[in-house]
Design a protein around this ligand. Structure first.
Ligand code: KG4
Ligand code: ZN
Length: 349
């Protein structure tokens, strides 16, 4: 049995986990900073890194104690080295290096996006994943279609040309006056709304596998924000900072219509890409893969199996980093203690 300690601090979650054989979660401790950042309506990098420093030691200790594992039983330490916020990544990477040195364990740097993909392996009861598969990674920072032909073997099929899917949910949530983060809030509001109430631009309905969300975001803004006092609207004057819609706007309807348009785009491109790659199944990962309409529509519109992580494993967590680290460890990866953070690193380009 191989035991991996995973550490994740790339954004606003301080997390540590113990995973056995890349599949079985023995512990997965997540200290979220959502409350800290909600008053800014987004993640404040300086605040995030300070909060990681304060939490990391206790979070790692808790992960070991929850799993009833001693340092001696750990085979390797996997840590997110990027992409993410520099200050936040530094905290996790330096902590992991300290442990690797102190305990005499191998260090394995993991790509955060790869971590999201491996959240799909953290289900012992699910049937084995047969390659090639098509992965849709949708998070606050990423929207990517990646063909996976084997462990560590990726091909980029498409990505967003502007905002990430989660970023669009968060910005639209803010415009509608919903609590931060916008994704879960829109998901909940949309259940009470009519998805056909507004006809938002169905952007990027082209033959490419790339996404775009900024046109849709602007369409929502224009529909729900108050026009200027003189009644004349100038292109580009709307503000993303407005934190409420016009009083006559039904927020639930606007949320449902936006969500439908965003999900239509994601589902349409993913299913076409899966066919083009000859994928055996579709894997959804990242924070937005928690979205109830995305899950439902993806399954409704394809005969291919669709797999998505448990809700807790959709957003950032260290179990997925440990799982990705396990497969890298088995493939022989060992990183030097001089390993640096990689805030802008891509999984494939
Ligand atoms: O993967 P994640 O924790 O962080 C990044 O790596 O970016 O994803 C966070 C994103 C946020 O934008 C959040 O609004 C979105 O995931 N999210 C959702 C839902 N739950 C979280 N978006 C849509 N529907 C949801 N239910
Ligand atoms: Zn993430």
């Amino acid at each position: 049995m191989t035991v991996i300690l995973g550490i994740e601090t790339s954004c606003d979650e301080t997390s540590a986990a113990i995973v056995r054989d890349g599949q079985r979660i023995a512990s997965n401790v997540i200290a979220s900073q959502i409350d800290l950042h909600s008053r800014f309506g987004g993640v404040f990098p300086e605040v995030a890194s300070r909060a990681h420093i304060e939490a990391i030691s206790a979070v790692v200790a808790q992960a070991l104690s929850d799993a009833i594992v001693t340092p001696a039983q750990i085979d390797a330490i996997a840590v997110t080295r990027g992409p993410g916020l520099s200050g936040s990544l530094l905290v996790g990477v330096n902590f992991a290096k300290g442990l690797a040195l102190g305990w005499g364990k191998p260090l394995i740097g993991v790509n955060h996006i790869e971590g999201h993909i491996y959240s799909l392996w953290l289900d012992e009861s699910a049937p084995d994943i047969v390659f090639p598969v098509l992965c849709l990674i949708v998070s606050g920072g990423h929207t990517e279609l990646i063909e996976m032909r084997g462990h560590g073997d990726y091909r980029l099929i498409g990505s967003t040309l502007d905002d990430a899917a989660g970023e669009a949910f968060d910005k639209v949530g803010r415009v509608l006056g919903l609590p931060y983060p916008g994704g879960p809030a829109i998901d909940a509001a949309a259940r009470k709304g009519d998805p056909n109430a507004f006809n938002f631009t169905r952007a990027m309905q082209d033959e490419s596998f790339n996404f775009s969300f900024s046109g849709l975001k602007t369409a929502v803004m224009r529909a729900v924000q108050a026009p200027p006092a003189d009644g004349k609207r100038t292109r580009g004057v709307e503000s993303m900072d407005a934190d409420s819609a016009r009083p006559d706007v039904n927020v639930n309807d606007a949320a449902a219509s936006f969500q439908q348009a965003a999900v239509d785009q994601l589902v349409d491109k993913t299913i076409r890409a899966a066919k083009a790659c000859g994928a055996t199944e579709i894997l959804l990962a990242g924070g937005v893969s928690a979205n109830s309409l995305l899950r439902k529509e993806m399954q409704r519109r394809t005969a291919l199996p669709v797999r998505y992580p448990a809700i807790k494993l959709c957003t950032d967590n260290a179990a997925m980093i440990a799982a990705a680290g396990y497969f890298r460890f088995m493939a022989g990866q060992r990183d030097d203690l001089s390993m640096d953070i990689a805030p802008m690193i891509a999984l494939v380009s």
